[in-house]
Design a protein around this ligand. Sequence first.
Ligand code: PMV
Length: 334
Amino acid sequence: MLTREEFAKHILYGHTPAVQEKATSFAPANIALVKYWGKRDSNLNLPVTDSLSIDLGNLGTTTTVEHSHTGKDIVILNGTQLAPEDKFAVKVIDFIDLFRNSVQTRTKPLPLKITTYNNIPTGAGVASSASGFAALTKALDKFFGLRLTERNLSLLANIGSGSASRSIFKGFVYRHAGTDPDGMDSYSEPLPYTWPELKIGLITVSAKAKRVSSRDGMERTVATSPLYKKWPDQVKSDMAKMLDAIKAKDFELLGATAESNALAMHECMRAATPPLNYFEPESEAIICKVQELRKDGFPLYLTIDAGPNVKLLYLNKDEEKVKTEFPDMRVVNR
Ligand code: PMV
């Protein structure tokens, strides 16, 4: 089994760096239609199952990597310079070290300034770690002049955050769990299908940071939830249904599969010890409302990540009615 450093070295080996002055990249946020929940290797962040997502268009992160002329690493997030001991800053520096240590050709240190900006509206219920680590990976690749393949970028972004691996690409993205203990087959790839009529709406229930991180929540679920044993089989069957739905543009199948997959993930979490409940009462109320509307024949579905905020799935032709039913919803322009 490889360490993170060995993993990065393995991917970066043979790439001659050509360090630039400055490099900027954008990566979109994404929402999983079939979720990733649980790691087969927590050090390399390798998932137990495949997952499948769709990008959130121009909602995401723009990151610039450049030389720091202060002699120290600097991390600026949404206009604020972070303290060196800030949790996010530490994660970013650890991540850039994977590149820096692997490709450094100079003997003198190479302090960097990382400026990162999320245009995801605060509290939109969309994690910025996926777009954040994908944008950082792409910007580091440009800054070091490496010209890595997108597959390799997805392998590296995964070290920052599992869902970041998918944010390297646009559109529908398939993340392979892989079986290699060294993680080299655990990459993402874009699917060759588009579906412009498919829409996503974001409903913010709470803008507070989640009580339990995805990493800790996954660990607890895998270790203690009796329902987790069935999760890999559920994902396998949901991935097959989701692919069929996307290929055939079968909205009912896509929506039903995404919703039942998300709710099954939350059931697994709730069965953990101690139980993990990411919902607020308002999340439950929205779930009920969506399911009631559907009983009345309205084609509307939802998905929810590790937090209380709800994402609605609907077709463009139904947008006006969805907006009327959920006036607080933000439409994602893809
Ligand atoms: O990428 P992480 O470690 O934040 O985990 C993402 C977990 C979910 O958002 C709940 C599911 C997913 O596949 O994005």
